[in-house]
Design a protein around this ligand. Structure first.
Ligand SMILES: *Cc1c(COP(=O)(O)O)cnc(C)c1O
Length: 423
């Protein structure tokens, strides 16, 4: 077999497709729904990424929200390098795990105890297991268009990459595996019964574009959970430490029983966490009978990077990111208005969602009315102008600490040209 020469995007994609399904290690990175060849990242710094062909893009993907301080932030690079020099994993507890757990508990009052895992998927799988163990019940309620990772149980009407590929569910997930999963429409409080172990919800839905629930939804969900004795799990894998110091739960004034985290808390390294009431967390082995484990859980590089990221996230940092997001949303609205293309641009804290249609979506059914063909055109028009959006219409944009007004204005100028070009 002969291999193509050079490490261009095209050559790498060709090689990747031979040895990796679809050439990507997560389907959201594929260009299937927008067409074309994915760019392969060679390096990144701040708001920019450079691909294998040497192109620079102002990046709004930011590892789907795992990166909040900008790429290769010096404080994170330093923390990771220092941790790596001390060894990368031991199979014994470390001070870094204690420090990160303390940092999470200190910032999110509902979290009295927390267990570190290696991904958001593991966090939600484990939280549901704990809720079932604690209540002795079987049913799990989730909302259509909310994504909670790719565990069998929660992989129904899951938005994000599945929406982009037009998949309602996944092959290989048996009916038995989802027999106790109930899928409800987002934004409406379902009537629960006493077989319900837990309700899991994205407090701000950010995997079907950006859908901010109406005021009172989460509070009413809390009341309904309490009525039947079910646990409320807030999936803050995206929103945790991104929308505010205390997460979306702090902004909404809702106290969940359990919360799941990921993305931001690892500073771009592999991590997840679940935590909550100490009497519920006491179910977890070795204290209690719910088993959950992990060879690389609480990895010292990830905890070092996560702590360095959380250190940067004070109130002024959140204000700056919200201002950047507001400015970005304003640019997008005026760009599409000038091109006479109907859009709804949602913005909540540092999250921005682009819906290509006239009416703001409120749930998964209405979110799927976004014009995906037009998104594909806009995506490529932006990429040609040096701005990287996610290659899927259901992803949100993640302006962070590296997105200065100057960067946002350059993105805005590109958006004006791109919207006009696709009109
Ligand atoms: C990304 C995400 C997950 C899954 O996290 P992974 O680290 O990709 O496994 C879970 N819940 C939400 C809300 C997410 O956005």
């Amino acid at each position: 077999m002969t291999w193509p020469e050079g490490s261009t995007n095209a050559a790498l994609f060709d090689r990747a497709q031979r040895v990796i399904p679809g050439g990507v290690n997560s389907p959201v990175r594929a260009f299937r729904s927008v067409g074309g060849t994915p760019y392969f990242v060679a390096r990144a710094e701040g708001a920019s990424v450079w691909d294998a062909d040497g192109n620079e893009y102002l990046d709004l993907v930011q590892s789907y929200g795992a990166v909040i301080a900008g790429h290769a932030h010096p404080a994170l690079v330093d923390a990771i390098q220092r941790a790596a020099a001390l060894g990368s994993s031991y199979g014994a507890p470390t001070e870094g795990e204690v420090l990160l757990a303390e940092a999470i508990c200190a910032r999110v009052p509902s979290v009295e105890q927390v267990r570190l895992v290696s991904s958001g998927t593991e966090a939600t799988m484990s939280a549901v297991r704990v809720a079932r163990g604690h209540t002795g019940r079987r049913k799990v309620v989730k909302f259509a268009g909310n994504y909670h990772g790719h565990g069998d149980l929660l992989l129904a009407e899951a938005g994000t990459g599945m929406a982009a590929l037009g998949l309602p569910g996944s092959a290989g997930v048996t009916e038995a595996a989802v027999a106790d999963t109930v899928v409800a429409p987002y934004g409406i409080v379902p009537a629960l019964d006493e077989e319900t172990a837990c309700v899991i919800v994205e407090p701000i839905a950010a995997n079907m574009g950006l859908v901010v629930p109406h005021e009172g939804f989460l509070k009413a969900l809390r009341v309904e959970c309490d009525r039947v004795g079910a646990l409320l799990i807030l999936d803050e894998v995206i929103t945790g430490f991104r929308v505010a110091v205390g997460g979306a739960q702090g902004r909404a004034g809702v106290t969940p029983d359990l919360t799941t985290f990921g993305k931001v808390i690892g500073g771009g390294l592999n991590i997840g966490a679940y935590g909550g009431r100490s009497d519920v967390m006491a179910q977890v082995a070795p204290l209690g009978p719910v088993y959950q484990a992990g060879t690389l859980s609480g990895n010292p590089l990830a905890t070092a990077a996560g702590l360095a990221a959380l250190d940067l996230l004070d109130e002024p940092a959140y204000d700056r990111m919200s201002a950047a997001a507001e400015r970005l949303a304003g640019h997008l609205r005026s760009a599409f208005a000038a091109a006479s293309i109907p859009v709804v641009v949602a913005q909540e804290a540092s999250l921005v969602g682009l819906f290509l249609g006239p009416d703001a979506p409120t749930d998964y059914v209405t979110a799927q009315r976004t014009d995906t063909a037009r998104y594909a055109a806009f995506f490529h028009a932006m990429l040609e102008r040096g701005v990287a959006l996610a290659p899927g219409a259901y992803e949100v944009m993640f302006p962070g600490l590296a997105h200065t007004h100057e960067v946002i204005d350059r993105i805005g100028a590109a958006a004006h040209e791109a919207a006009t070009a696709i009109a």
